[in-house]
Design a protein around this ligand. Structure first.
Ligand code: ADP
Length: 192
């Protein structure tokens, strides 16, 4: 597993290549769809490895809180079932429709609301996949800037998290994130 590290305040940001279902962070984030009933990609992998308990909790959340489905940009939390991570934060990224339908703001909301929920639950370490860049078609070069900026802005205002990890499935996605992170985080250090 290759990795690269950056810092914002007391929090560490790590970029790694790997499978997010293997992470031992307090929470891993699921790039879910609004049904919360599972799907392909990272969603399918999390439910397969985490077992039926996660889906049961998702069904309960749908019934009690979001009968019409979880809106894009919002986040909810379940246990991690049989995953090493104790919790799964389920968020819904936007479907890419060319970039002028509010996609960047909705993607930033997905990251922000996931981190807010982690802080609310007193979690310290959170791992994200590259939300929306699979089936939802968001170009990874655009999505990674939104993702990294959203996390940086959050960590600059909120000091309760110790670590945010981006887990990129492919080496090419990792490289795109690393290049962008140098821009986003090293620029931030120079401004401090
Ligand atoms: P979305 O519907 O939000 O696009 P996907 O799951 O289709 O979600 O893809 C999001 C990103 O997650 C893609 O870059 C995909 O390569 C990646 N991915 C798929 N499976 C995993 C996994 N097990 N761990 C980490 N990332 C994954």
């Amino acid at each position: 597993m290759s990795e690269t590290e950056f810092h914002v305040g007391k929090a560490r940001i790590r970029l790694v290549q790997g499978d997010i279902t293997n992470m031992e962070t307090d929470a891993i984030v699921n790039a879910a769809n609004s049904s919360l009933m599972g799907g392909g990609g990272v969603d399918g992998a999390i439910h397969r490895k985490g077992g039926p308990k996660i889906l049961e909790e998702c069904k309960r959340i749908r019934a009690m809180e979001w009968p019409q489905g979880l809106p894009t940009g919002k986040a909810v939390i379940t246990s991690g079932g049989s995953l090493k991570a104790r919790h799964v934060i389920h968020t819904v990224g936007p479907i890419w429709r060319g970039g002028n339908r509010g996609e960047p703001e909705l993607l930033a909301q997905a990251y922000r609301n996931s981190l807010r929920l982690a802080v609310k639950k007193r979690l310290k370490t959170v791992a994200f996949p590259s939300i929306s860049t699979g089936a939802y078609g968001y170009p990874v070069e655009d999505a990674c800037r939104v993702a990294l900026e959203a996390v940086k802005d959050f960590l600059e205002k909120e000091d309760k998290l110790d670590e945010v990890v981006f887990v990129l499935f492919s080496e090419s996605a990792l490289q795109v994130y690393v290049d962008e992170a140098k821009e986003v985080f090293l620029k931030a250090i120079q401004m401090c």
